[in-house]
Design a protein around this ligand. Structure first.
Ligand code: GDP
Length: 293
């Protein structure tokens, strides 16, 4: 992920590292290069503007021109600004409640079901008693897919009863509670595109179960439309975070930056492959470092 952005910004960082001094004119020239690199990497224009003005302001405040290693100072500033935009510090899931419900939503094919299995495996490995449930009321195949995954990662699958997604969710949460489980990961139905019916259904589920975490599963290959999708889901269910899938694909990465900045919804995990263990907690500082090469 971020390969192209990393390559471009890495070049700029490399040039800066050797610079003995950086004038304000040099700084502006560097910022112009950065701006192009960000736009080419699919970072939305308002986000690029924000990044640039933050870097410029902090660079001038840090009196880059007078510092002994001006290039290093700018790189450090860019690193900090990128990390801030990506969500600042790492944050763990809020799983204080018993049972805590983690609601996963997103478009069909984004990787929701796979993510449900991966997250269940990860939390179980951390000693949590986890169960999986799907509240896709219309597609039994989707429920079966999750049931199979539950078996693979060795966690129970709960079949919620009821004719609607919200009813199924409510009954699954009740069962999880009576079985003393810590976490119930709830997979919802996806659609090809965002539509009112889907949003109403997810909102209904979210309101009914008072989910501790509401995570949007977002395909990192979605590009610029990722932002629009994220905003629509955020408006419906007030997302508490986002899982970025398929980061193993060679994508430009700008969409992730744009989503994190524009919605304020931090990326919490990334999917790094099709295998069940190809999943990791997202670390903004480390990711910023990776972008800068
Ligand atoms: P859903 O419709 O949102 O539930 O999507 P699925 O979980 O069924 O995933 C759709 C496809 O994406 C499947 O072929 C998954 O194997 C694949 N997939 C999910 N996450 C990742 C990932 O992080 N990397 C890669 N390469 N493929 C993924």
């Amino acid at each position: 992920m971020f390969s192209r952005l990393s390559e471009k910004l890495g070049d700029i960082a490399h040039k800066l590292r050797g610079a003995a001094r950086v004038s304000e004119a040099d700084l502006d020239a560097t910022l112009r290069e950065m701006r192009l690199a960000l736009l080419e990497a699919d970072v939305a224009l308002p986000v690029t503007r924000h990044l640039m003005s933050e870097v410029r302001e902090r660079a001038l405040g840090a009196e880059v021109a007078k510092s002994l290693q001006p290039g290093q100072v700018i790189i450090k500033i860019l690193n900090d600004v990128l990390a801030d935009v990506l969500g600042g510090q790492r944050r763990d899931l809020d799983l204080a409640k018993i049972p805590s419900v983690i609601l996963l939503c997103g478009l069909q094919g984004a990787g929701k079901t796979t993510t449900a299995g991966k997250l269940a495996r990860l939390l179980a490995s951390q000693g949590k008693k986890v169960a999986l449930t799907s509240v896709d009321a219309t597609r039994p195949a989707a429920r079966e897919q999750l049931q199979v995954l539950a078996g693979q990662v060795d966690v129970p699958y709960i079949s919620g009863e009821g004719s609607t997604a919200a009813k199924m969710a409510k009954s699954a949460v009740k069962q999880a509670g009576s079985e003393g489980l810590h976490v119930l990961i709830l997979d919802t139905a996806g659609r090809q595109v965002v539509d009112d019916e889907l949003m109403a259904e997810i909102k209904d589920v979210a309101d009914t179960v008072a989910a501790s975490e509401r995570l949007l599963v977002l395909d990192s290959m979605t590009g610029q439309t990722a932002l629009q999708i994220a905003e629509q889901f955020h408006a419906a269910v007030n997302m508490s975070g986002c899982v970025l899938t398929k980061t193993d694909a060679d994508v430009r990465g700008g969409a992730a930056l744009s989503v994190a900045h524009s919605t304020g919804v931090a990326i919490r995990y990334v999917g790094t492959g099709e295998k069940i263990d190809a999943f990791e907690a997202f670390d903004p500082q480390r990711m910023a470092g990776r972008i800068l090469g």
